[in-house]
Write a protein that binds this ligand. Structure first.
Ligand code: FAD
Length: 509
């Protein structure tokens, strides 16, 4: 039994409102991270309302979350019909017919004290045929070959230079986490909340009341109610920051279809006249959808485009979802913390929502109020600072895909190419354009390599390279580049096909 941080205090009553991916990730994560003698977790979900029911692609950080819970990977993949994801293929984003990968891996090696791309830029500028930057990324080579293996633990091996994530059925994942969290002490209540009661003096939420009349009291409320934002938005009235000036897509049509042979180890995002279509391969089906802007594309046009883009026969009619890009002004107000769609929404172009959920859970666990202590506004202030960073940097990364395009003559793409950018993004693009420098953050979702993949992939050409790269003799650089490119191609070609790997891994686990 874990010691109590304040033995005289009663446990802090934490009420999670919502049982979608956000609610159950939150319940499972907090159960694992917090001493259960200090916190009593209750989760309320409504069968009548249900969940948003989409969200199938993730980022490598999800592996840390699953590992923190101690989940067995093969069991998790079997339970969620999951597949491995090594990156995203962007088709037609830079220009019609163009394609590039955002791989979950490192580009090249660090030679002579500077980032790899500067050597590649220098050799290319000197007239050497050094291929694409992606030729120097093992994860990109694996995507191209359609192969998969777990990363090598020997960090000197080229096969150790990538990370991976999953595609999975998000509904099955939430159910899996529910099965994990409830035996470990999370109290689950099914019912629809019809009333929220606040203390008239402090403004803090005291309780929620269900349609059945049952009242659930709490000290801290985590709003995982989805787009409704029942507590943070509707009850606490925290303002919405609308980002549709930069991210004009506001609709999605989702339509799964039967799997086809050869599950790809990557998501595909294909630019279309009114937005983009996604293709996400799972074991039992392929997830498809069209994210589009209602200003530039009608629902009928979207339906036609989507039906034309899928591989297999559709089992049903597409499902339409409406949204707006943006976030709340704060993620934590009073004793309400919003996690998931209730806190904000960014279109699933880089599969960022589940990561944002995970980041918020980790931040909240670190800043959790202690039982029996007076509310400390500094905890909320720190949470909100991190919340802004996560959302705003992710927004910049998404906008980059749109703004740097050469799809001339298409109204949506002309609009996003010429719109005014957030200052923070304009700065990053100029930094890269001047001398190939990619943003390098310690905090935030996307690494230097991810920014590099998209900056180069979208066709932004640096005018120069970092002069530190000139310290190595050019001949030596070209020789090293040739050797690295060959090693990557040979190693990738020797790995098992992705579908084959999944079958044997799931059978053995
Ligand atoms: P929901 O799933 O909507 O859950 C809300 C919960 O609150 C439900 O349990 C509901 O019953 C409950 N609730 C609401 N009101 C009440 C009430 N009054 N009383 C009781 N309970 C209530 N994310 C990714 O990471 N990768 C992707 O590939 C991806 N693709 C997406 C595609 C689209 C088109 C969309 C719209 C989103 C996508 N997302 C993706 C986002 C992802 O779907 C969500 O982040 C994730 O599912 C979390 O949703 P949620 O739990 O916040 O909300």
């Amino acid at each position: 039994m874990q010691p109590r941080s304040n033995p005289s205090a009663t446990p802090l009553r934490v009420v999670i409102v919502g049982g979608g991916t956000a609610g159950w990730m939150c319940a499972a994560g907090l159960t694992r991270l917090l001493p259960n003698t200090d916190y009593a977790l209750t989760l309320i979900e409504s069968d009548e309302i249900g969940t948003v029911g989409v969200g199938e692609a993730t980022l490598p950080h999800i592996r840390d979350f699953n590992a923190m819970l101690g989940l067995d990977e093969a069991e998790f993949l079997r339970a969620t019909q999951g597949s491995f994801k090594l990156g995203i293929e962007f088709v037609g984003w830079d220009k019609p017919g163009g394609r590039y990968f955002h791989p979950f891996g490192v580009f090249g090696e660090r030679w002579g004290g500077t980032d790899f791309q500067h050597h590649w830029l220098r050799a290319r500028a000197a007239g050497h045929d050094v291929g694409d930057l992606a030729d120097y990324c093992f994860a990109a080579a694996m995507c191209r070959e359609g192969v998969f293996d777990l990363p090598n633990e020997d960090t000197r091996s080229i096969r150790s230079t990538f990370a991976y994530a999953y595609h999975f059925d998000a509904g099955l994942y939430a159910a899996f986490l529910r099965g994990w969290a409830t035996p470990r002490g999370v109290r689950r209540i099914e019912g629809k909340i019809t009333e929220v009661t606040r203390n008239p003096e402090s403004g803090l939420v005291e309780s929620v009341t269900l349609q059945s009349g049952a009242m659930i009291e709490g000290d801290l409320f985590i709003d995982c109610s989805g787009f409704r934002s029942l507590l943070l938005g509707s009850t606490m009235g925290v303002a919405w920051h609308d980002w549709s000036e930069w991210l004009p897509c506001d609709r999605a049509m989702a339509l799964p279809c039967a799997s086809v042979d050869g599950i790809t180890p990557y998501t595909r995002a294909t630019a279309q006249a009114g937005g983009w279509t996604w293709r996400i391969p799972l074991q039992h089906r392929t997830g498809n959808g069209y994210v589009f802007s209602s200003t530039f594309c009608s629902e009928e046009q979207a339906r036609e485009t989507l039906l034309g883009a899928i591989d297999g026969a559709p089992p049903a009619d597409p499902r339409l979802l409406r949204f707006q890009a943006g976030r709340r002004a704060k993620g934590w107000e009073g004793n309400v913390v919003a996690i998931g769609l209730s806190s904000g929404f960014l279109e699933p172009l880089e599969s960022t929502s589940i990561f944002l959920i995970q980041a918020a859970i980790t931040d909240l666990a670190k800043l959790m109020p202690f039982p029996g202590c007076a509310p400390d506004p500094r905890l909320a202030a720190e949470f909100n600072r991190l919340y802004e960073i996560h959302y705003d940097r992710t927004r910049d990364f998404l906008v980059l895909h749109y703004t740097a395009n050469a799809r001339h003559g298409e109204p949506l793409w002309d609009h996003v190419r010429t719109m005014a950018l957030p200052d923070s993004l304009a700065h990053k693009i100029e930094l890269f354009r001047a001398a190939g420098r990619a943003p390098d953050y310690k905090l935030g979702l996307f690494s230097r390599d991810s920014w590099l993949a998209v900056l180069v992939g979208q066709g932004i050409e640096p005018r120069a390279h970092d002069r530190l790269a000139d310290r190595l003799p050019l001949d030596e650089v070209v020789e090293r580049l040739t050797d690295l490119r060959e090693r990557i191609a040979t190693n990738a070609a020797s790995l098992p096909a992705h579908a084959e790997f999944i079958t044997s891994y799931c059978a053995a686990g």
